[in-house]
Design a protein around this ligand. Structure first.
Ligand SMILES: Nc1ncnc2c1ncn2[C@@H]1O[C@H](COP(=O)(O)OP(=O)(O)O)[C@@H](O)[C@H]1O
Ligand SMILES: [Mg+2]
Length: 376
């Protein structure tokens, strides 16, 4: 077997929020530890981002998807080149891509499974425009093995939190929220708890014409409608047993518009209630699916939701008093670049042919080496 060495990797991530391409230069070491050297939030050009939201809404042709795969690849390459101009070339690039559709359901057509996922941002474009070998398309191999292709970050959470010998819920709050349960005694498992910022962002855009509720100020100025909150919490997704994943296909504009028909009148109360929904659905997911098997000591939050003070306040309120609530920063991991660091690690494993999925998180039949290589 090839001897492992530390590698300089630029990792690229753009999540369901589609707020920016997060790019980070990371050093990944043979013990699978990872250090972020420099990270940037590279904004999509306005019209590209608008076109992506059009793809999400389903109002797109095959031609749009084909063109956007290459256009997003160029944007990802531009983000890399910003880092390369300052820090030089990495050993290779690891790109998650931009998810435009994720369908983890076992529906069949002529007996053939339609379970599938699609991340765009053509890796050959990234490789050619940067001159760096590029690893990408991690989710497909897990689905090909019967898994959901998500959540993949659990692999990194296990590597980084297991040695700390506590029982953690490592909770990412991006567009969608996902948890990894890392404990002393049990095998690591994880699942998507439900919406992250996706509903909040939608309402804030609709009523306040802002991209997100900065620091949770709008939610903090509003009042939670307990009756609407309880109604929203009846959604069947929250009751489904893990492993489970979800996305924008489920928590879609139609879903939100439908829910808004029963919303309180004041827009700030709508934002407060949707923020409470994100927090309470996370807390309830732990009560249903985590606490019965694992005695949790600590919840560690990452992703953009960690910056929403109202969301953090509600989480503190809904979690049991004895559970500590921290963010990744307490462990020297950037809340903003946590997933970037995770995909640097996944790419490192692909490069060295080390399995990098966790079947207890994705439901796959076996451990597999995820990811494909585009040469430059
Ligand atoms: N300062 C902030 N205050 C409140 N919310 C924030 C802040 N910064 C980021 N966010 C939220 O986090 C989201 C982006 O989180 P991110 O982890 O990048 O998600 P994704 O992986 O889906 O792109 C934004 O859309 C916004 O809702
Ligand atoms: Mg993002």
């Amino acid at each position: 077997m090839q001897e492992l060495e530390s590698k300089k990797i630029i990792a690229l991530m753009s999540g369901t929020s589609c707020d920016s391409i997060d790019a980070g230069l990371c050093i990944v070491n043979p013990d699978l530890s990872c250090r972020l050297v420099h990270g940037i939030n590279y904004k999509y050009p306005e019209h590209i981002q608008a076109k992506l939201f059009q793809l999400f809404s389903g109002d797109a042709t095959v031609k749009d998807i084909c063109q956007m795969n290459f256009a997003v690849g160029k944007c990802f390459a531009q983000a890399c080149n910003v880092i390369i101009s300052e820090h030089g070339k990495p050993d290779f690039i690891s790109s998650h891509g931009q998810t435009i559709y994720h369908f983890p359901f076992d529906e069949k057509l002529d007996g053939i499974s339609l379970k599938s996922t699609l991340q765009i941002g053509e890796s050959s474009v990234i490789a050619q425009e940067t001159g760096c070998l590029t690893i990408s398309n991690f989710r497909e191999a897990d689905i090909a093995n019967g898994g959901d292709g998500a959540p993949l970050v659990c692999f990194a959470d296990e590597k980084w939190f297991k040695p700390l010998k506590k029982n953690f819920c490592v909770q990412n709050i991006g567009g969608i929220s996902n948890v990894t349960v890392v404990s002393k005694e049990h095998a690591t498992f994880g699942f998507d708890t439900g919406p992250g910022n996706v509903l909040i962002d939608y309402a804030v855009k609709k009523y306040f014409n802002k991209p997100y509720d900065e620091n949770g100020e709008i939610a903090n100025s509003g009042m939670i409608s307990e009756s609407w909150l309880e109604c929203l919490l009846q959604d069947e997704y929250y009751f489904k047993n893990p492993p489970k994943t979800t996305g924008r296909e489920y928590f879609s504009s139609e879903y939100i518009e439908n829910a808004l028909r029963f919303a309180p009148k004041e827009p700030k109360d709508v934002v407060a209630t949707l923020t409470a929904l994100t927090a309470k659905s996370i807390a309830q997911a732990y009560e249903r699916f985590v606490y019965p098997s694992v005695d949790i000591n600590e919840v560690v939050i990452g992703g953009g939701g960690a910056y929403n003070h109202a969301l953090m306040k509600y989480l503190r309120h809904y979690l049991p008093k004895h559970v500590d609530l921290k963010t990744h920063e307490a462990y020297g991991i950037s809340n903003n670049f946590k997933e970037v660091m995770a995909f640097a690690l996944l790419g490192y494993c692909t490069y060295y042919n080390i399995t990098n999925n966790l079947p207890d998180c994705t439901g796959a039949r076996k451990r597999t080496v995820l990811g494909k290589v585009a040469n430059c």
